[in-house]
Write a protein that binds this ligand. Structure first.
Ligand SMILES: Cc1cc2nc3c(=O)[nH]c(=O)nc-3n(C[C@H](O)[C@H](O)[C@H](O)COP(=O)(O)OP(=O)(O)OC[C@H]3O[C@@H](n4cnc5c(N)ncnc54)[C@H](O)[C@@H]3O)c2cc1C
Length: 297
């Protein structure tokens, strides 16, 4: 199916893009990789008379070290996250997450900014961005503001970004070492969106006690979410040998809290109970993997 007719603009600066968004306010939409927006328009689930293609804007396609973390432009495509040496070395959970998005073609077109701003609860990057305490830099008319990933996702397809704003950069601080992270995704077929997925980042001390735990969830609520209950429970606990009975109990209790924190609706693919059961299993896997990685095992 063809989308309904639209006028197309491809500004070369953020300022020009914002000017166009303001000029056609309410009728204009930002176009980045087009991997979510174009299918929606082709299916006529939505139509926008004006598309503002931001992909010709210079300076939004980089990944670099900045202070004690990585910063990147919103036009970096999700495939680049799987290839970047900086990402693989410093934030491997981000490469692990991106590698599980759709397929190579989609990853090479879809952008990090689009994956975040689209607000699809099934998109994979948001949960990991939350677990990593990422901050999003948003440009509006004459001003920029910073929003933390944990405050950004409001509801299904609804984020903190305003109509005439553009997500330009993402800053991700390095967690305090030693730390480890894991993204575990359960999907029905290769390349699918998840039925449930869990991002977990844990920081430990020299004795193996958990100093901090950050947990983000995908596909199990109207918006990607943190699970503070499990995070607080894990803080201060020492897992030691993860195969011990005590460690299994701790990980199991944290996974129970994660499963209890959501009430995903049944749909054509799975019942609510099944989704919760899967979530519990992959949550335990994500916590154990993150912890073992923090210990360098
Ligand atoms: C077959 C298929 C399978 C997929 N599977 C997965 C999957 O398993 N996991 C997953 O995470 N994703 C999946 N996706 C989605 C994909 O990752 C998209 O690329 C991503 O959701 C949107 O990125 P985009 O750059 O294509 O954005 P677009 O489609 O161009 O835009 C999406 C939305 O974000 C807005 N937007 C984009 N960039 C900005 C910006 N910088 N500032 C402000 N607004 C902006 C647009 O206005 C639009 O509302 C899949 C897509 C397809 C087609």
């Amino acid at each position: 199916m063809y989308p309904s007719a639209f006028e197309y603009f491809s500004p070369e600066s953020v300022e020009d893009a914002i000017e166009l968004l303001e000029k056609y306010s309410g009728d204009a939409k930002v176009l980045a990789g087009g991997q979510s927006l174009i299918p929606i328009m082709k299916l006529r689930l939505a139509s926008f008379p004006y598309l503002i293609d931001i992909t010709r804007i210079e300076g939004l396609r980089y990944i670099k070290e900045s202070g004690n973390g990585l910063s990147m432009g919103s036009l970096v495509n999700t495939g680049e996250l799987t290839e970047s040496e900086l990402v693989k070395r410093h934030l491997p959970i981000l490469a692990e997450t991106a590698s599980q998005i759709a397929d190579l073609q989609v990853r090479n077109m879809g952008t990090v900014g689009g994956n975040i701003v689209h607000g699809d609860p099934g998109n994979d990057l948001p949960a990991t961005m939350m677990a990593l305490d990422a901050r999003f830099i948003i440009a509006g008319r004459g001003a920029t503001r910073k929003v933390s990933a944990s405050d950004f996702f409001v509801d299904s397809y609804q984020t903190a970004i305003e109509q005439n704003e553009i997500l330009t950069h993402i800053e991700i601080p390095y967690p305090a070492a030693p730390w480890g992270g894991a993204y575990v995704k359960y999907k029905r077929r290769s390349g699918d969106f998840s039925l449930a997925a869990v991002a977990c980042v844990v920081g430990i001390d020299g004795s193996g006690s958990i100093l901090s735990a950050k947990i983000g969830l995908t596909s199990v609520a109207p918006a990607p979410m943190r699970c503070r209950d499990a995070e607080n429970y894990l803080k201060g606990r020492k897992l030691g040998d993860t195969e011990s009975e005590a460690a299994e109990e701790i990980i199991g209790a944290a996974a129970d809290k994660i499963a209890a924190s959501v009430d995903p609706p049944s749909d054509n693919y799975a019942t609510s109970d099944f989704k919760r059961t899967i979530l519990r299993i992959i949550a335990a896997e994500a916590i154990e993997k993150a912890y073992l990685r923090a210990r360098g095992v």
